[in-house]
Design a protein around this ligand. Structure first.
Ligand code: ADP
Ligand code: ZN
Ligand code: MG
Length: 508
């Protein structure tokens, strides 16, 4: 998808986006209504029992930890927690769901009316006309409810994982009955980038709470996107399509960009958008129609008769609020006040991966708070570029906090120049050796001894009498020329500060 096609569509149309995000409670020991263990993969149908298989006569027992996890999710996203709530049965047939109904929540979910703020670096285009460069916007959360996950179908005999061409299908119920929280946003999102940032932010909130591993590739966090377009200034929403099957943040962004352009072009050519579910094909980079959308009444929701309703007391909710961990927004503010780093740095350190802020604080603890900005600089530049280029996560990298702390200290005490620091970084990222060892081994020590530098300065000045004369005559811009000559003679290892001092002295 060419970026300019999206930008051009957004000039003409306003996009309206709402997300529905399912997150499996993978960190809980057991499933939602039975004692079967929660794990990924494994021998098919090895983690099942009469309850999660929906055998007649079996009775569900709600998992308190799953309910607590849902309420924590609501508290962390500024939701109201219901004083009274219940489970409903959502009836439909699908072969990966043994009971032919899913226990879910309908009109009495645990959490409603919350919000999450997202920081966008870059401009929001005409969709956010009053902002420029970077902005923060609040996305409303309609509800968060708890339900059980389905099993999985495996289609075999054809191309792997594809229904088309398969000769038969197998059912694996290991995942059936795992606790799943569903979060629905208000249609407050206006660009694919905002959708991506929202999903990333939510993942970090869930990870901070420790309620899921949020692994999009393994499907433990699944983002469905509702999207419509309308002419700018129009107050009614357009007809929306729901897009599924994005298994990365990039796929979410790209699928929305494709869909906005598709809808805009469809409407411009006199066609119309139909309400339907569309499937993102990551290979072909297109969405295609999957099925027309079901209505709520198709599901024949009714209250789950095997469980009593829930009444949460104020005290119980407050005990959960009291155990909320530090969340990304608070962490960002704290990094700014505790270490005096700018908002941009704090946003990057807390916005993508919990490990970044942890790494930063560990390095600052070793190097001292006065070196916080220098450490942040190394992390935002050298470290981020290294991770991107190698396509690895911070945890997979050989770079550890003590190495960055040491590197920054070596620059600060004048042992190496900041230019040499770049080389040392590249080498330590590759080998995992400490910066001190690399500097020693490669004889990279910066020369700060003014005696040695003076000798070279004298030689350089003697070799360039015309430039010396011109400098003394007022062409002070020649200082850079002299510094360059000295640095070259010394193989780049002279301390530039001392070189400048010695030159200024000699050229007086
Ligand atoms: P449905 O009844 O089709 O499930 P909902 O009103 O429950 O629709 O909304 C589902 C999701 O779609 C929510 O995230 C909501 O914000 C979003 N949404 C609703 N209407 C629109 C629209 N016209 N365009 C884009 N998103 C929408
Ligand atoms: Zn079970
Ligand atoms: Mg709905």
């Amino acid at each position: 998808m060419a970026k300019d096609r999206l930008a051009s569509a957004l000039e003409r149309w306003e996009a309206v986006i709402g997300l529905e995000i399912h997150t499996e409670l993978t960190t809980l020991a057991t499933k939602l209504f039975c004692g079967c263990p929660v794990e990924f993969g494994g021998q098919p149908n090895s983690r099942v029992c009469p309850i999660c298989l929906g055998l007649p006569g079996s009775l569900p027992v709600p998992n308190q930890a799953a309910i607590e996890a849902t309420v924590l999710a609501g508290l962390a996203t500024h939701c109201e927690i219901a004083e009274w709530s219940q489970f409903h049965r959502k009836n439909y047939f699908y072969p990966d769901m043994p009971k032919n109904y899913q226990v879910s929540q309908y009109d009495a979910p645990f959490c409603t009316d919350g919000w999450v703020e997202i920081d966008i670096e870059g401009d929001g285009g005409p969709q956010r006309p009053d902002r420029d460069g970077a902005y923060t916007t609040r996305i409303g959360i309609t509800r968060i409810h708890l339900e059980e996950d389905t099993g999985k179908m495996i289609h075999v005999g054809g191309a792997e994982g594809r229904i088309s061409g398969a000769t038969h299908s197998l059912a694996d119920f290991n995942r059936a009955g795992t606790g799943l929280i569903e979060l629905v946003t208000e249609p407050d999102i206006r660009t694919p980038e905002e959708a991506r940032r929202f999903a990333q932010k939510l993942r970090l909130i869930w990870l901070s709470l420790g309620i899921s591993d949020c692994n999009m590739e393994e499907g433990s966090m699944r983002v469905d996107a509702n999207v419509s377009v309308r002419t700018r200034g129009e107050s009614e929403f357009g007809v929306k399509a729901e897009v599924k099957n994005m298994n990365s943040f990039k796929a979410l962004h790209d699928a929305l960009a494709f869909e906005i352009v598709r809808q805009a072009e469809e409407l411009e050519s006199g066609g119309r958008v139909v309400q339907e579910t569309r499937h993102w094909d990551a290979g072909a980079k297109i969405t295609s129609s999957l099925r027309s959308k079901e209505e709520a009444h198709d599901y024949r929701y009714f209250p789950e008769p095997d469980m009593v309703p829930f009444e949460f007391t104020e005290e119980w909710i407050e005990t959960l609020r009291a155990v909320l961990p530090e969340l990304p927004d608070d962490k960002k503010k704290r990094l700014m006040t505790d270490y005096g780093i700018p908002a941009h740095d704090a946003t990057v350190l807390t916005g993508e991966d919990l490990a970044m802020a942890e790494f930063f604080e560990a390095a600052v603890t070793i190097a001292g708070a006065e070196r916080a900005k220098a450490i942040s600089n190394v992390m935002l530049n050298d470290l981020s570029m290294h991770l991107n280029a190698a396509g690895i996560s911070l945890a997979e990298s050989k770079v550890v906090p003590s190495m960055v702390a040491e590197l920054v200290a070596l620059v600060e005490d004048g042992t190496i120049s900041s230019k040499q620091a770049k080389e040392v970084f590249a080498e330590m990222a590759e080998t995992g050796d400490s910066p001190g060892a690399i500097v020693e081994l490669r004889g990279m020590k910066q020369v700060s001894d003014s005696g040695a530098i003076e000798e070279v300065v004298d030689r350089v000045l003697a070799a360039s009498p015309d430039q010396v004369e011109a400098y003394r005559g007022g062409k002070t811009g020649l200082m850079g020329f002299f510094v360059g000559q000295v640095m070259r003679e010394m193989g780049g290892q002279a301390n530039p500060k001392v070189v400048n001092e010695v030159l200024a002295e000699k050229l007086r």
